[in-house]
Design a protein around this ligand. Structure first.
Ligand SMILES: [Fe+2]
Ligand SMILES: [Fe+2]
Length: 171
């Protein structure tokens, strides 16, 4: 534990930041697995484009887990040691992709990103003036989650439009 690095926190306890980061850490692992398994089971129209997006997101969520774990360790904490903690301690939970349809999966994933945006936005608000290193990390992750939501929504809209065009040519 690096004491000087922790001493620069202003008006917030390292324990509080560690607790919140650990919840976000659990979210990232669940998000990673959700994207991983979605990319395997997905079916339907334009699924190749969706698989490319889901696979990229899975890699990003795993990278986020690394960033958050490293910060927890810097602050003297211990990242969740057991997968059992992921569900118990997450903010956003986990939605199994029971319906493998492309649109259903994209909708679930968009909801997950919206939850992640809320989590990192409040972490950024909380740390902005008090823990600038965490603030910098959560801001980077927040920008990725905003991009994720946009990518998924754009793909969802493309699929809807494509389906509409097909329908129109059949009439
Ligand atoms: Fe993430
Ligand atoms: Fe994400």
């Amino acid at each position: 534990m690096a004491t000087r690095g922790i001493s620069i926190l202003k008006g917030i306890e390292a324990q509080e930041v560690i607790g919140l980061l650990n919840k976000a850490y659990c979210d990232e692992w669940l998000a990673y697995y959700q994207y991983f398994i979605e990319s395997k089971v997905i079916k339907g129209i334009m699924k190749d484009a969706a698989i490319a997006e889901l696979t990229q997101h899975a890699a990003d969520e795993l990278r986020h887990a690394t960033m958050v774990a490293d910060r927890i360790l810097q602050l003297g904490g211990t990242p969740a040691l057991s997968p059992a903690e992921w569900m118990a301690n997450s903010n956003c939970g986990y939605e199994a992709p029971e319906d493998p349809d492309v649109k259903a999966i994209l909708k679930q994933s968009i909801a997950g990103e919206q939850c992640a945006i809320s989590v990192y936005s409040s972490l950024a608000d909380l740390t902005r003036e008090k823990d600038i290193v965490t603030y910098d990390i959560v801001s980077q992750i927040l920008a990725d989650e905003v991009e994720h939501e946009e990518d998924l929504q754009a793909l969802y809209d493309d699929i809807e439009e494509f389906v509409e065009q097909i329908r129109a040519t059949l009439e």
